[in-house]
Design a protein around this ligand. Structure first.
Ligand SMILES: [Zn+2]
Length: 319
């Protein structure tokens, strides 16, 4: 039998599952080793994966970088490789030339998260299903369950919403916050994990990641204002997605920021979505509750999602 190994490659940790054992090692990433060249980081990654892949194994990798899943080319991404000089990293061909005996499969981690969400939470009647990750970066992905496809563009991308301009009613100082990509006022500049601190700083709100949930529980008005500000661009994106696609029946919200603040994030997000502003709004609180699923820690397993994609549960289709 072919040995199966699943890997989750994130900016902070590299998780490797063989059988029932999951090993966690620090990622060879720009986040962990700032200033180290992308070539060097990639070499370390190749060495680690080489050591963990038995001869002839099938290795499924969920990769925390924008990725063309059909040819395994990653785009230079902040937390992982600090923006490769060429912007493109032929990850699959590097792995295949290092270990031609191994069957490598690469999927983007949001795609893997979407597959895991669909496996765990899609209902038989759901037609289109989306998954958002709100963590060190922000992205969304939508699957068409009626034909089990995930349509992507000519570069293999879909749902890279983190680097769109944020729709926000926040003051100028928030709207002009820089983004890790070099842009200004992006959704990631306001709503990602690192952005919460930046937003708190410009709003002159005391913020501590470890006590944020307890100050929200205590009803602290500054903490509530901070949460409202960082959730707003996400709520606006979701409102737009629902307005454009009447078949979007289910949206999962995951990632460390949302999962860590679970009930508070859910209450704020669903409250903003249920606001009626015009005749165009169709989002009653009941409909919002039917569509939105706030993921708890453990709901999403990107290793299982990467395996499901490799097994053909959902097909990534270039259109
Ligand atoms: Zn950006």
């Amino acid at each position: 039998m072919t040995a199966a190994v699943s890997v989750d490659l994130g900016g902070t940790w590299l998780r490797i599952r063989s059988g029932d054992v999951i090993e966690r090692v620090p990622s060879p990433s720009a986040l962990r080793q700032p200033g180290v060249a992308a070539d060097n980081l990639l070499q370390q990654l190749m060495d680690t994966l080489d050591r963990h892949a038995p001869h002839g194994a099938a290795v499924n990798i969920s990769c925390g970088a924008a990725l063309d899943e059909q040819n395994g080319v990653a785009l230079g991404s902040g937390p992982l490789w600090g923006g490769a000089p060429t912007g493109e990293i032929p990850l699959l061909s590097m792995l295949s030339s290092r270990r031609p005996d191994v069957h490598w499969r690469l999927v983007n981690d949001v795609t893997a998260g979407l597959a895991s969400f669909a496996l765990g939470f899609a209902r038989p009647t759901d037609r289109h299903i989306a998954y958002f990750t709100i963590s060190s970066g922000i992205a969304a992905r939508t699957a068409i369950l009626t034909d089990r496809s995930i349509p992507v563009d000519h570069r293999g991308l879909q749902g890279e919403v983190g680097h769109l301009r944020a729709s926000t009613s926040a003051p100028e100082a928030v709207r002009t916050l820089p983004c890790a990509c070099g842009g200004i006022g992006h959704v990631s500049s306001i709503s990602s994990g690192p952005a919460v601190q930046a937003v708190a700083d410009v709003l002159e709100i005391r913020y501590d990641v470890d006590t944020f949930a307890s100050s929200l529980a205590a009803g602290d008005p500054d903490s509530s204002r901070l949460l409202r500000t960082v959730v707003e661009p996400i709520a606006e994106l979701i409102r737009t997605m629902i307005a454009l696609d009447p078949r979007l029946d289910r949206i999962g919200i995951g990632g460390g920021v949302a999962e860590g603040l679970w009930e508070f994030y859910e209450r704020e997000l669903t409250g903003q979505l249920a606001e009626t502003r015009s005749y165009a709004d169709s989002l009653t609180p009941e409909r919002v509750a039917d569509i939105i699923h706030l993921c708890r820690p453990g709901d999403i397993d990107t290793l299982a999602g990467a395996d499901a994609i490799a097994d053909g549960f959902l097909r990534v289709t270039k259109i």
